[in-house]
Design a protein around this ligand. Sequence first.
Ligand SMILES: Nc1ncnc2c1ncn2[C@@H]1O[C@H](COP(=O)(O)OP(=O)(O)OP(=O)(O)O)[C@@H](O)[C@H]1O
Ligand SMILES: [Mg+2]
Length: 256
Amino acid sequence: MYIEVKDACKRYKQEGREFVALDNVSLDIDKGEFICLLGPSGCGKSTLLNALAGFEKVNSGSVKIDGKEVTAPSINNITIFQNYGLLPWRNVLHNVELGLAAKNVPRSQWEEIAKKYLGLVGLSGYEKRYPRQLSGGQQQRVSIARGLAVDPDIIFMDEPFGALDAITRMKLQEDILRISREEKKTIVFVTHDIEEAVYLADRIVVMMADPGRIKSVVKVPLGAHRDRTAEDFLYVRDKIFELFNLKSESYIEYYI
Ligand SMILES: Nc1ncnc2c1ncn2[C@@H]1O[C@H](COP(=O)(O)OP(=O)(O)OP(=O)(O)O)[C@@H](O)[C@H]1O
Ligand SMILES: [Mg+2]
């Protein structure tokens, strides 16, 4: 298995009380899969993502990628957050070029690579602009281009479209889906939006809170081209919604 989480536990001390953010979480992810972590606020989505990306260590259990224990962030993987993370004093082109030095890409190739990925996210011609001269959606596209430019194995995304309006969000969802297929990346994507998860994911990891744990892992039985208004799409969305309302303390095997 490419990504392997086994009995992962993460506890925080809060006002003298121990808080369980992840309670015995186990999950396997294949290379090339698009996985959504879906659940209400506080169910441990970011904690799990951060453990996978190497930003946080679990207290017990293990998190492995390609057979190796994750102990720190790897330059082979990138993480895209909600707040874009662009450097305001660098223009778009230079923001996208940021990671290339760390990957030892020769300087002479930076511009060509950066321009290729700016094209892929629909921002050709914006190279000389600064982040303040872009809309939120455009800034997030720059951040996606910057992530893709280093040709990562895995892309971790934590509610990357959460701050965007509905229309821009849909456009970016289409783009990330197309890019994930073209570039054959493994993607782990955090969201609390059921429709977003059904639109994007091969499998949805449904989580619940207090303690943070996995309620079910559901395969989305829809093809590559998804239509939010189609009957099969709405059916799957309703089924995931029903799963949220099922009362259960333990894991549920759920098939759609
Ligand atoms: N550094 C920390 N110290 C103490 N508690 C923390 C810390 N980070 C997270 N928690 C707690 O762990 C739980 C899970 O947090 P996490 O950020 O993973 O939730 P989430 O599912 O990403 O929620 P949201 O949708 O609001 O982003 C929360 O109850 C949170 O309060
Ligand atoms: Mg979060």
